[in-house]
Design a protein around this ligand. Structure first.
Ligand SMILES: C[S@@+](CC[C@H](N)C(=O)[O-])C[C@H]1O[C@@H](n2cnc3c(N)ncnc32)[C@H](O)[C@@H]1O
Length: 99
């Protein structure tokens, strides 16, 4: 396990969402507005690398992408994403990317 993954597992993952300081739905709305401003909308596969609790993954699914493949090395944050993304076409992948 990488040092980053260990840090998330041992400390950061359980504090991440409250540290963001914004309720999940408000943060998704913010990210969705940003993606829309950038002209991001569509269909088919989207990949969210380092998805955390899923702010961008959920925004991408709401913008029409399916499936959204949400990848992260933190199982705890992927579990939060599972709770945050019921009924959306989001596939969670537990994986660590090489730096
Ligand atoms: C700063 S957070 C961003 C999370 C989310 N996208 C957001 O905007 O709040 C970085 C995320 O990347 C993940 N991450 C960091 N290094 C990684 C790696 N090498 N492989 C997979 N995930 C990684 C962490 O577990 C964490 O969820």
């Amino acid at each position: 396990m990488s040092d980053v993954a260990k840090h998330y597992e041992n400390l950061l993952a359980r504090h991440y969402s409250w540290m963001v300081g914004t309720a999940f739905d408000a943060k998704v709305a913010e990210q969705q507005a940003l993606l829309e401003e950038l002209g991001v909308h569509g269909e088919g596969l989207a990949i969210d690398l380092g998805c955390g609790p899923g702010y961008q993954a959920v925004a991408l699914a709401r913008l029409g992408y399916a499936p959204v493949r949400a990848m992260d090395s933190s199982e705890a944050l992927l579990n939060e994403l599972a709770n945050n993304s019921k009924d959306l076409p989001i596939e969670r992948v537990h994986a660590t990317f090489a730096a």
